[in-house]
Design a protein around this ligand. Structure first.
Ligand SMILES: Nc1ncnc2c1ncn2[C@@H]1O[C@H](COP(=O)(O)OP(=O)(O)OP(=O)(O)O)[C@@H](O)[C@H]1O
Length: 266
C-alpha cells in the first residue's frame, strides 16, 4: 500500500441542501445546509463537530456522493464529483460486516464488486489493508469471532483497501466503550501519520476532535453552516500525554464554549 500522500484536494463551494418530505396532507421542506464552503488539503486530517442534527452526516454524504444537493459544487482534484467514486471511501459508525464472510473476504468485498482487479491483486491489497489496521492474525476469522473494536478496524480496512484519496468517517468510534475508543484513536492517528491519507472525521466528542485533527471545523444548525475553523497547533506524532496538558484542555474548553454559544444563538 502506498505510503506517499495521495493528491486529494477537496473543495466544497457554497453547498446547499434542502430535504423535502411528502406528508399525507402537505409537503414540507427543511434547509439543512446553506452556503457551506470547505477546502481540505491533501494529507490533512479534518474533524467536523457540531450539535446533533446540524447537518454533519448530510455534508459527509454529499461529499461521498451518496446524497444529492441543491446548490453549490463539490470538487475533487478540481473536478466536480458525480455520485460515489473509488476516490472516496466512507466508514460508518456501525461496521455492518457480512457475517458469512471471513474478515479477509469482508475487506475484499468492495474490490470484488468492482471487477477491475485480478484475484492476486485483490489478495495483496486486502493483506496490506488488514496489516495496516493490525489484524493480520485474524484474516480467517468471522466477524462474530472478533471484538467490536476489531470489527471497526475491519470496517476501516475495508475503506483503506480501496486506496481512496479521501476517507470520510462518520462517528466511527461512537458506539465503542471508552478504552477501545482510545486505543482505536491512537491506532488511527498512527495510521494517519504514516499514510497521510486525507480524512474528514465526524464526531460529537471534542476531545477526540482535537486529539486527531490538524484542523477542527465547527458547524452550527438551522440551517447547517460552518461557523468556525480552528487549526490544532500540536504537530503530529501525538501521544496520550498531550491530552493531559493545559494547552490541549484549553483548546477543548474553547471549542466547547463556541459550541454552546452557537446552540444558544439558534
Ligand atoms: N433523508 C432525510 N430526509 C429528511 N430529513 C433528513 C434526512 N436526513 C437527515 N435529515 C434531517 O436533516 C438534519 C440534519 O441531519 P444530519 O443527520 O445531517 O445531522 P448530524 O449533524 O449528522 O446529526 P447527528 O450528530 O445527530 O448524527 C436533521 O434535522 C435531520 O432530521
Amino acid at each position: 500500500m502506498s505510503t506517499t500522500a495521495p493528491a486529494a484536494g477537496l473543495e466544497v463551494v457554497d453547498l446547499g441542501k434542502t430535504y423535502k418530505r411528502r406528508g399525507q396532507k402537505a409537503s414540507t421542506s427543511q434547509r439543512v445546509l446553506d452556503n457551506v464552503s470547505l477546502s481540505v488539503e491533501a494529507g490533512e486530517f479534518v474533524t467536523l463537530i457540531g450539535h446533533s442534527g446540524c447537518g454533519k452526516t448530510t455534508l459527509l454524504n454529499c461529499v461521498a456522493g451518496l446524497t444529492d444537493f441543491n446548490d453549490g459544487q463539490i470538487r475533487m482534484h478540481g473536478k466536480p464529483i458525480q455520485g460515489p467514486g473509488p476516490d472516496r471511501a466512507v466508514v460508518f459508525q456501525h461496521a455492518s460486516l457480512l457475517p458469512w464472510r471471513t474478515i479477509e473476504r469482508n475487506v475484499a468485498y468492495g474490490l470484488e464488486l468492482r471487477r477491475q482487479m485480478s484475484s492476486a491483486e485483490i489478495k495483496q491489497r486486502v493483506a496490506s489493508a488488514i496489516e495496516l489496521v493490525g489484524l493480520s492474525g485474524y484474516a480467517s476469522h468471522y466477524p462474530h469471532e472478533v471484538s467490536g473494536g476489531m470489527q471497526q478496524r475491519v470496517n476501516l480496512a475495508r475503506a483503506l483497501a480501496v486506496e481512496p484519496d479521501l476517507v470520510l468517517m462518520d462517528e466511527p468510534f461512537g458506539a465503542l466503550d471508552a478504552m477501545t475508543k482510545e486505543s482505536l484513536q491512537d491506532q488511527l492517528m498512527a495510521l494517519a501519520d504514516r499514510e497521510k491519507r486525507t480524512t474528514i472525521f465526524v464526531t460529537h466528542d471534542i476531545h477526540e476532535a482535537v486529539y486527531l485533527a490538524d484542523r477542527v471545523v465547527l458547524m452550527t444548525p438551522k440551517p447547517g453552516k460552518i461557523s468556525k475553523q480552528v487549526v490544532v497547533p500540536f504537530g503530529r506524532n501525538r501521544t496520550r500525554a498531550l491530552t493531559e496538558t493545559r494547552e490541549f484542555n484549553d483548546l477543548v474548553r474553547e471549542l466547547r464554549e463556541l459550541l454552546t454559544e452557537s446552540e444558544a444563538s439558534v
